[in-house]
Write a protein that binds this ligand. Structure first.
Ligand code: FMN
Length: 141
């Protein structure tokens, strides 16, 4: 789908698997979080695992710090062991993006879609949820 990019900071691979499911649903290739923001991306799906308490990964925070987000819409997602930590992690990304002029697309009253990783890996329900999230965001215009 034109104008959409999907990127993730995933140190252990869980968030990357979720990101791949989102990208596949939208018919795009997973982007590189260590490259600049793709110029033509009007909607960015950005994801991260939750590390050291409740923080996003270093690579995604660098991506946000260095990128230009004015006029772009961002749909956030994340994975975590714990709901509270993951929601705080998404909040940190959302605050940083809004300061840079992005519009963060809300999801179910929250600021992004969180996947709690049970038994160490994403399960089919997570992939189904990721695909539904992708459709919802794009369908919302
Ligand atoms: C070094 C490390 C620290 C973590 N710290 C937290 C944490 O403080 N809170 C939490 O909810 N999950 C924590 N987790 C769990 C990860 O957020 C979870 O496994 C996530 O899916 C990792 O994403 P990734 O596989 O894409 O790196 C931690 C995982 C690692 C490896």
């Amino acid at each position: 789908m034109d104008g959409i990019a999907v990127l993730a900071d995933s140190q252990g691979g869980n968030t990357k698997k979720i990101a791949r499911a989102i990208a596949e649903e939208l018919g795009v290739v997973l982007g590189d979080i260590n490259a600049p923001v793709p110029d033509d991306a009007k909607i960015l799906f950005l994801g991260s695992g939750t590390y050291s308490g409740h923080t996003p990964g270093d690579a995604i925070m660098r991506f946000i710090r260095n990128g230009s987000f004015a006029g772009r819409r961002v749909a956030l997602f994340g994975t975590a062991g714990y709901e509270n930590d993951g929601q705080r992690m998404i909040g940190i990304m959302a605050d940083a993006l809004e300061k840079k002029g992005a519009t963060v697309i809300g999801v179910n009253g929250g600021r992004g879609r969180l996947f709690i990783i049970k038994l160490g890996r994403p399960h089919q329900e997570d992939f189904d949820g990721a695909k539904a999230f992708a459709r919802e965001v794009v369908g919302s215009g």
